[in-house]
Design a protein around this ligand. Structure first.
Ligand SMILES: [Zn+2]
Length: 119
């Protein structure tokens, strides 16, 4: 059985009786409150993946969520921000280690390896 709670309230601009779930007043058309950002599991996973694999793009939703008054949305934003930072740190370390490998591999060791193989 589905119970829909209909909370009544008033528009702060024209005192028109509205439902508190309305984002816009049907009488005067003024914005009553910001529609909350979705924090469904699918949306969260999307944001986390974006933050981790495409770090600069993940910052946009991360800050948008952190600015929300709802603590759950804030948490989503903070996790996204942390994932962005972790991802950036991992990328830097990965680039550093790749550079280290290519710099450490000088020509003399390569020739030595070829000789060992019988060339
Ligand atoms: Zn109104």
């Amino acid at each position: 059985m589905l119970i829909i709670v209909m909370e009544k309230s008033q528009c702060k601009y024209c005192n028109f009786i509205i439902l508190s779930s309305y984002y816009f007043c049907p009488n005067c058309g003024k914005k009553l409150h910001e529609p909350p950002l979705s924090i469904s599991i699918g949306k969260q996973i999307g944001i986390y993946l974006l933050s981790f694999f495409l770090p600069p793009l993940g910052l946009m939703p991360a800050f948008r969520y952190i600015k929300q008054s709802d603590p759950k949305s804030k948490t989503v934003g903070i996790i996204a921000l942390l994932l962005t930072i972790i991802s950036v740190v991992i990328s830097i370390q990965l680039i550093n280690s790749l550079m280290g490998i290519s710099l450490g591999q000088n020509s003399s060791t390569s020739i030595q390896e070829l000789r060992n193989l019988g060339y």
